[in-house]
Design a protein around this ligand. Structure first.
Ligand SMILES: NC(=O)c1ccc[n+]([C@@H]2O[C@H](COP(=O)([O-])OP(=O)(O)OC[C@H]3O[C@@H](n4cnc5c(N)ncnc54)[C@H](OP(=O)(O)O)[C@@H]3O)[C@@H](O)[C@H]2O)c1
Length: 258
């Protein structure tokens, strides 16, 4: 992995940050994005470079404006020689998800559309730009973050869950059409992971406790649990894995015992 480059959206905290550290520890250069938290992005970039002697740079990105991925990749071209891996990780919450995060009868087209834009459109435009660069170097690996809320019920999660299902389908289509360029495309579907995004759920404590009960491992997931799976999928060890969704959910989805 040494000397390769990862482009990842939303690495100021949570899962994205853990992935950035996991890849940097393997010698991968990191181009990552932030949305609101520039100071934190700068701190992370400095820490990554100092700890792992790799190149790390941060760029602003709003996934509600997916077309801006084009300019982002142009900036990355100036700073990095190659793009080997792309991970579509960032997710919106707060105001933009009003009408998208809630019970079925409260869903509104605007909130749902915002989640579609941030989940599916952002993946598509980011992956297209990444694939153009990967093609030039003979291949690469693309991942979309997904969540098990698209296969098992989570309160208020209909908007996110359905869009995660959609992005997993998009991953399979992308995998079919990018395989001839030696680009593998997969999704990593996480069970509940203890991050700020989960803390924004109104029933965070309930989810945390229920997850620990459902998992035979007896705990909620941590960002690092997802990061290792992403490193594996991007490595040559996963060289014939494409068009798949890898579940990283602590065994929670099989357990229906009350
Ligand atoms: N946590 C879970 O339980 C869980 C489970 C399964 C899958 N996932 C998925 O994993 C991914 C990461 O989730 P997380 O829990 O790690 O979230 P998180 O800790 O809340 O981090 C979210 C990241 O997205 C960025 N972001 C927020 N709004 C944005 C916008 N409009 N445009 C661009 N970037 C934006 C944030 O940047 P700033 O800090 O700069 O604003 C931050 O870096 C998401 O795709 C999520 O659906 C999460």
């Amino acid at each position: 992995m040494k000397g390769k480059t990862l482009v990842i959206s939303g690495a100021t905290k949570g899962i994205g940050k853990a992935i950035a550290y996991e890849f940097a520890a393997a010698g991968v250069n990191i181009a990552f994005t932030y949305n609101s938290n520039e100071a934190q992005a700068q701190k992370i970039a400095e820490d990554l470079m100092q700890k792992y002697e790799i190149k790390a740079k941060f760029y602003p990105l709003n996934i509600l404006e997916p077309e801006t991925y084009k300019d982002l990749f142009k900036s990355i071209d100036e700073d990095f020689q190659r793009v080997d891996f792309f991970i579509s990780n960032a997710m919106i919450y707060g105001r933009p998800v009003v009408g998208g995060y809630g019970k079925f009868m409260k869903l509104k087209p605007r909130g749902l559309n915002n989640i579609y834009t941030a989940t599916v459109n952002a993946f598509v435009v980011g992956a297209q730009e990444a694939a153009k660069r990967m093609e030039k170097i003979g291949g690469g690996s693309i991942i979309s973050m997904s969540s098990t809320g698209n296969i098992s019920y989570i309160d208020n999660y209909a908007g996110h869950g359905t869009n995660k299902a959609a992005v997993e389908a998009m991953v399979r289509y992308a995998a079919m059409e990018l395989g001839e360029k030696n680009i593998r495309v997969n999704a990593v579907s996480g069970g509940p992971i203890d991050t700020d995004a989960l803390k924004a759920f109104v029933n965070y404590e309930e989810i945390k406790n229920a997850t620990a009960k459902l998992s035979p491992l007896g705990r909620i997931g941590q960002p690092e649990d997802i990061a290792g799976a992403c490193l594996f999928l991007c490595s040559d060890k996963a060289s014939w894995i494409t068009g798949q969704t890898l579940l990283v959910e602590g065994g929670t989805t099989f357990n229906t015992k009350c």
